[in-house]
Design a protein around this ligand. Sequence first.
Ligand code: GLN
Length: 288
Amino acid sequence: MKKKALALALAACMAASLAACSGSSSETTAAATDAETTAAETTAEETTAGEETEAEETTAEAAETEAAGGTLVMATNAEFEPWEYHDGDAIVGIDVEIAQAIGEKLGMDVEIEDMAFDSIIPAVTSGKADFGAAGMTVTEDRLQSVDFTDTYADASQVIIVKEGSDITGSADLVGKKIGVQLGTTGDLLSTDLVGDENVERYNKGFEAVQALLQDKIDAVVIDSAPAKAFVSQSEGLVILDEALSQEEYAIAVKKGNTELLDKINAALAELKEDGTIDEIINKYIPAE
Ligand code: GLN
């Protein structure tokens, strides 16, 4: 997709921005604790699932039946701290807790399927998963394949470089090698900025950051909150001030599954209203 189309899609999504509300925290804390417990259980059960990306057809019916019976299968890519990541055996993060809170509102369990980021939409369209939650930006392109719920957070793409780099902004990226996570909006933006031949695509943002540390590439373009997490975990990296985009995250559901879409949107509205979403986000991304 061209940059203009992405910009348009992002602009269109700005209308549905996150409602900031305050509210009681006692229920929320209980939900968050449950979320962690369930995530831990889920991961424990699925230690062999790993990065399994294929076999979508075979489990399609199972996922749909389970959803009706009380379990929602969430497709994610747990390599994106603080949105979803591994903490020991557990998969934790903002999206995990939001999904769990939605599950509680709907009286359903949430089961996590961890997979490559670019397998999430295929998992949702095939029915292997009931929804995808992965810090996923709403784009015009993705709206061709899936429906998105209302948005629940905003984000932007940023540039990570090594300290002392001569790259001080996007204008300096021309002719440089940029590392990205495959199939992300950072991938699209970078391809537009420096051309396909200068973009190195990795399955995990972590791998792109390692390549930067080893001077295999000149910069990494990735979402702002994961960028902060990566930079805080390594010496010698900095995030440039310039934001390359304005994006909004939402949950992807199978196209035409208005029943689930409406249910998730109703739950999301309540969770925004009572302050739960803000509380979960603030827990992982403390206000500066
Ligand atoms: N927000 C970006 C996208 O939707 C990256 C998401 C991710 O890597 N989990 O493409």
